[in-house]
Ligand binder design. Sequence first.
Ligand SMILES: Cc1cc2nc3c(=O)[nH]c(=O)nc-3n(C[C@H](O)[C@H](O)[C@H](O)COP(=O)(O)O)c2cc1C
Length: 159
Amino acid sequence: MGLMNYNIAIIYTSVTGNTKDLAEHLCSCFEENGQFPILYDISKFPFSEIERFHVVIIATYTWGNGDIPASMQPLYDAFEQQNTKSIITGVAGTGDSFYPSFCGAVDAFRDMLYVKSTLAATLKIELAPQESDIPRCRLFAKSILKRLEKELFQKQLES
Ligand SMILES: Cc1cc2nc3c(=O)[nH]c(=O)nc-3n(C[C@H](O)[C@H](O)[C@H](O)COP(=O)(O)O)c2cc1C
């Protein structure tokens, strides 16, 4: 039995294109598994509807000194303030290992999502995703979908 179609959002922010590239790669990896996420630039995401998504994937670059970009702060706040514990989440980022806090925004989201959502996977990519990163992107998508199946099975047992 395959998975049904679930509401999956991939939300990204990107200045020079690396993270947009990553978000698109991740989208393809879900499609390989028969799922069709909606890709949102953060400026277009409907925050008030966050609870209707089964899965939310966050794709972010890192700014300043390991910081979350300002454009991503409303999403961080939405998870902190809304009823999101049952949403399966994943956080992926691009960064530059030249900086002391490589992909620090991924770590910051991870720590919050671990508490406020059902965090299933994280991924850090050096600058633009390369051919050699594709297996890691695939594994990321598979981990998310496995966790989704597990949570749904658990819910069935409880009902
Ligand atoms: C001012 C500035 C600060 C940055 N700080 C960090 C950082 O602390 N850690 C990190 O891993 N990358 C850092 N980066 C690198 C970016 O996160 C990286 O280039 C990223 O891939 C850009 O994503 P984008 O192409 O989607 O805009 C910084 C870049 C700039 C320009």
